[in-house]
Design a protein around this ligand. Structure first.
Ligand code: FHN
Length: 459
């Protein structure tokens, strides 16, 4: 038998040890991936392109967007979950497109309203959970051009108008599908709606879903991004995210992937969004509380209580409440994506129009304290929030009743302070333990008393 030198034995042993360790690591890694959900890796090693990073900055600067939930479900005026809530069958729901003919849909009016509200981008439902494509899809005839008397592609019209008016357009796309038989195995929200008890999940993802995403990212010009929703219906399923995310980043590198999966961000994603909650909060009960410090943040909410048109929902938020949410979002370094549900004829109900115009009026005076800012430097509180941009800090006093207001220390020297409402000077003292402001008394309808602090140039 061959004799091996001690040195050889030692190195062989360490090589074996090393190989064994590597193996163990690989196995551990595989186990983690498997059990942590096949999606956790998503687009591993994703390096956002320079265009994507630039788009993220522009997204963060935009701060305020219009969310639009519009589809054949709007006909029934009971919100976008009516298919599910009434446990309709596919055959029954298939009649709905026959009644969808939005003769008053006018993209100019919609985009002009978003601009009048001070919104910088629009995110519209290209397809919601009913799987109905609100665009001209060659992947399936379950779409607005082939199944409705309208026979036109409103997303094409809207995209052209957005490009014309300089508003970015994002497409909401539901991964959940209550209509497609290949959305199988079914998920947590399914009911027996007549679909066969079998289906091809890979076909659904690779041909149907990716096929339609390719259409949305090819046929409508530059798109701001894709806003995914519905993965929470099957959180542990393999959604082929790596392939889908790579497809989007390949077709439009600047397009942002914004997943509303209520989980912490995965590689390949470009924005973290929260539903009905500010980042880190979870009053809605399904939001993750882990907040990325890398990705731009967004918080979406409804103007009344519904996403899709709901004829019985008059729980409208007041302009003051909407302005407060926008300020609180900005103070938490987040955008606000505010939703409207247009009516089935394509008109936007006046209660939405007047409130959006009022917010736009407010932004025409206070926009500088929102657009292009980042949250901080002072942490948000019951009293309000701060936003910052260049050598300015905007102290947004939302609820404070005493004449003096103290904030924690600020790194830079404050050289001037004034009220944003009327530029009147605000007295202040700055010491090592903080800054004290002699806050102006609130005007009756003043939602947000903004004190602007100008900082000395940092050397
Ligand atoms: O089920 C959807 C709902 O219809 C709506 O689209 C919201 C918007 O963020 N997201 C889901 C609920 O989490």
């Amino acid at each position: 038998m061959m004799r091996f030198s001690r040195h050889f034995v030692r190195t062989a042993a360490s090589t074996w040890r090393f190989a064994a360790k590597r193996c163990a690591l690989a196995v551990a890694f595989l186990i983690v991936v498997t059990f942590a959900g096949r999606n956790s890796l998503a687009q591993a090693n994703y390096q956002p392109s320079p265009e994507n990073l630039k788009a993220r900055q522009e997204f963060q600067n935009a701060k305020f967007g219009m969310f639009i939930h519009w589809g054949v479900y709007s006909v029934l005026g009971s919100g976008e979950w009516v298919f599910h809530d009434r446990a309709l069958t596919v055959d029954e729901y298939n009649r709905l497109p026959l009644f969808f003919d939005p003769e008053n849909f006018d993209a100019k009016t919609w985009v002009a309203l978003a601009k009048a509200a001070g919104m910088k981008y629009i995110t519209i439902t290209s397809r919601h959970h009913d799987g109905f494509a609100m665009f001209d899809s060659k992947v399936s005839d379950w779409n607005i051009v082939q199944r409705t008397p309208y026979k036109k592609d409103p997303l094409k019209i809207l995209a052209e108008e957005c490009h014309r008016q300089g508003i970015k357009l994002f497409f909401y796309y539901s991964q959940l599908d209550w209509h497609n038989p290949n959305y199988y195995p079914r998920g947590a929200t399914s009911w027996d709606n007549g679909r066969p008890n079998r289906g091809d999940w890979n076909l659904y993802l690779d041909d149907y879903l990716d096929g339609q995403l390719r259409e949305l990212l090819t046929n409508y010009g530059p798109i701001g991004g894709i806003w995914f929703d519905g993965m929470w219906d099957k959180p542990d399923a393999d959604w082929h995210l790596a392939k889908t995310y790579a497809l989007i980043h390949e077709l439009q590198p600047a397009a942002l992937i914004i997943p509303n999966h209520h989980q912490s961000p995965k590689p390949g994603e470009d924005v973290q969004t929260f539903e009905r909650d500010l980042p880190g909060q979870n009053t809605a009960g399904f939001n993750t509380t882990s907040v990325s410090n890398q990705l731009p943040l967004e918080s979406c909410d409804t103007l009344n209580g519904s996403w899709g048109f709901n004829i019985a929902d008059s729980k409208y938020k007041s302009p003051a409440e909407l302005e407060r949410r926008l300020v609180q979002a900005a103070g938490n370094n987040s955008n606000l994506l505010l939703n409207i549900g247009p009516m089935p004829n394509g008109e936007i109900q006046p209660e939405f129009v007047t409130r959006l115009q009022a917010v736009g009026e407010w932004l025409s005076n206070y926009g500088d304290s929102i657009y292009g800012t980042r949250g901080g430097p002072i942490a948000p509180g019951e009293w309000g929030v701060t936003t910052q941009k260049d050598n300015k800090i905007y102290v947004h006093i939302l609820s404070w009743h005493a004449p003096l207001f103290a904030i924690p220390p600020i790194a830079n020297k404050v050289v001037e302070a004034h009220s944003m409402l009327d530029a009147s000077p605000v007295e202040f003292t700055q010491k090592s333990d903080g800054v004290v402001l002699k806050v102006p008394l609130p005007k009756s309808d003043e939602v947000d008393r903004v004190v602007v602090l100008t900082l000395a140039a940092s050397h």
